[in-house]
Design a protein around this ligand. Structure first.
Ligand SMILES: C[S@@+](CC[C@H](N)C(=O)[O-])C[C@H]1O[C@@H](n2cnc3c(N)ncnc32)[C@H](O)[C@@H]1O
Length: 299
């Protein structure tokens, strides 16, 4: 594989070069993004295929919200009604060993394509997060934080046999303990986070974040069953990336990471999802924000 030097390139040239790597590298079939602008590329494909085509050390930050493997026919409560917990075919478990083997593959690829000072975020519930945390450690990542995302409006537990599930865990890690990762400390300490009743003004940002699940206006174009709130991804992008950083989301879903990157501004984004309907949803969301001129830098 050719030596890849991202620092010497103009940001737009970098995006073009990466798209051509994905399209042509190890060619058995050429892969083109389904949506492409100077700063954004969306792929409807398996993340392992697209990631394998990227050069070493090219990504600044990865946000990954992988399958939870919890879609097993259970029930939950939504708006007072009993509904299935099944998220879709993509969320079915293939058995413990195979689920872990899949996580190991994409986390290993993440390590290869992350820059030496890059960081990875992994979001999950108890179904998946311990497997991913174990693998991060086994693959020699250094865990920076485990964030507890508390959902103040979480659904009640219908069965009344356990505590009501009301948080997800986000692991934040870097490739090496000595790496100089980005952390925008002041922006986290002094920023305005109206959605978060636990964040005290001008006090350090702590590792428990109180953020409601996405509001209806984040679901105007249809919804992804596990769509993350924009406030959560804006905080992640703002805290751990700077201008011109390249962000990759291998499990794009409804594109929340890419939209957060556009709202924060001056970031580049590659999103991948196996389901075409979710890439279409992302394109519609991106166009809506673009039409409403919401993409103004907020820093
Ligand atoms: C938990 S959801 C991500 C939700 C997203 N964070 C959002 O805010 O909308 C996981 C996504 O990964 C996709 N997916 C599952 N397996 C995949 C794979 N091997 N490659 C690419 N995408 C995959 C699913 O289609 C699903 O949309």
């Amino acid at each position: 594989m050719k030596e890849y030097k991202i620092e010497e390139q103009e940001p737009h040239a970098v995006m073009e070069q990466l798209i051509s790597y994905i399209s042509a590298n190890k060619v058995q079939r050429s892969i083109k993004p389904i949506y492409k602008t100077a700063e954004t590329a969306l792929y409807n494909d398996d993340c392992l295929e697209i990631m394998s085509r990227l050069p070493d050390n090219c990504v600044d930050m990865i946000f990954a919200d992988p399958p939870y493997n919890l879609s097993n026919g259970g029930i939950t409560c939504q708006a007072g009604k009993m509904v299935s917990v099944d998220k879709g075919k993509w969320d079915r478990s293939n058995g413990f060993e195979q689920d872990v083997a899949f996580h190991e593959k994409w986390i290993s690829e993440s390590r290869r394509i992350l820059k030496p000072d890059g960081t990875i975020w992994i979001s999950g519930t108890n179904h998946s997060i311990y497997q991913c945390g174990f693998l991060l450690q086994r693959l020699n990542f250094h865990i920076l934080n485990d964030i507890s995302w508390f959902k103040p409006n979480a659904a009640p537990n219908l069965a009344r046999t356990t505590f009501a599930h009301s948080h997800e865990t986000l692991l934040w890690a870097k490739k090496d303990k000595k790496a100089k990762h980005i952390f925008n400390y002041e922006k986290m300490k002094n920023g305005v986070f109206k959605e978060d009743k636990m964040k005290m003004p001008n006090k350090q940002m702590r590792s428990v974040w109180s953020i409601p699940t996405p509001s209806p206006d984040e679901k105007t174009f249809g919804k992804h069953p596990t769509q993350k709130p924009l406030a959560l991804l804006k905080r992640i992008v703002l805290s751990s990336t700077n201008e011109n950083c390249l962000i990759l989301d291998p499990f794009n879903g409804g594109g929340t990471t890419g939209i957060a990157a556009k709202i924060i501004g001056n970031r580049r984004y590659i999103g991948i999802d196996v389901e075409k309907e979710y890439i279409d949803l992302t394109i519609n969301r991106l166009r809506k924000f673009h039409d409403q001129n919401i993409f103004k830098p907020v820093e």
